[in-house]
Design a binder for this molecule. Structure first.
Ligand code: GLP
Length: 250
């Protein structure tokens, strides 16, 4: 795990965006794993701008999002699919058929989950997976005690995650769906490389547990230390509880 620390979220996002741009230039049909939440927004802006300047093209890029709320259709303005359209897909030259976000309103979730796994495999696997981290250590929507062997499935959200995500639902936790369809931890770990972003003081404790605590299911993100190619991009605040000797100042 390489841990890069920048002064600000903007600088950290630029650094992470450079990894995505380099991959896209090297492999024009790369498979990207994408994430929602507040954290990746600046990174997405960097990619949109680079695409606008024609430095990169998403023409042949394929994407798989980590998760979607159960009960929200793609057209629901609060769905992760809408979030991705608004914050990335509508502003780049990606082909719509190359975008995959789990279906939150499937009539048969077990088939949908199996089909999502199969689609990732058929695409050749994920080259670079973007991750944020929940304040309880979740990645995707894999909440604490999710099995490290888990695959795409339905997960019940914890009260903490529901409270954290209320910011996207007019601040009202009662509007937040209680279940989500998420790539599993093993699905995420199959990615060839992973970039995790975390910003702000509110993430400092969980980042320290991810990096320095035990590797176990109580902090799902701790599993990333078993992956051979993980880059962590932090701002100073999120890195504030880590020993400085393990940080790469960027
Ligand atoms: C959400 C998403 C995660 C995301 C996390 C952090 O629930 N499912 O993929 O990393 O919460 O969100 P934020 O970036 O807003 O802190």
């Amino acid at each position: 795990m390489k841990i890069f620390v920048s002064d600000t979220p903007s600088e950290a996002s630029k650094l992470a965006a450079a990894e995505f741009k380099a991959l896209i230039r090297l492999k024009s049909d790369a498979v990207l794993g994408l994430a929602t939440g507040g954290t990746p927004l600046l990174l997405y802006r960097e990619l949109i701008e680079a695409c606008g300047r024609k430095e990169i093209s998403f023409k042949k890029i394929r994407t798989f999002n980590l998760d979607e709320y159960v009960g929200l259709s793609a057209s629901n303005p609060r769905s992760f699919r809408s979030f991705m359209d608004e914050n990335l897909f509508n502003h780049i030259d990606i082909e719509r058929e190359n975008i995959r976000v789990p279906n939150g309103i499937s009539p048969d979730f077990s088939a949908t989950c199996a089909e999502y796994e199969a689609a990732i495999k058929k695409a050749g696997g994920i080259d670079l997976q973007l991750l944020g981290i929940g304040s309880d250590g979740h990645i995707g929507f894999n909440e604490p005690m999710s099995a490290f062997s888990s695959r795409t499935r339905i997960e019940t959200l914890t009260p903490k995650t529901i409270a954290d995500n209320a910011k996207f639902f007019d601040g009202n936790p009662e509007f937040v769906p209680t279940r989500a369809i998420t790539m599993g931890i093993a699905t995420i770990m199959d990615s060839r490389s992973i970039a995790l972003l975390a910003f702000g003081e509110s993430k400092a404790d969980i980042v320290a547990r991810m990096v320095c605590g035990d590797i176990d299911e109580s902090v799902p993100a701790s599993v990333l230390r078993r992956h051979s190619d993980v880059m962590v991009f932090l701002d100073t605040a999120a890195a504030s509880k880590l020993p400085s000797s393990i940080l790469i100042r960027a």
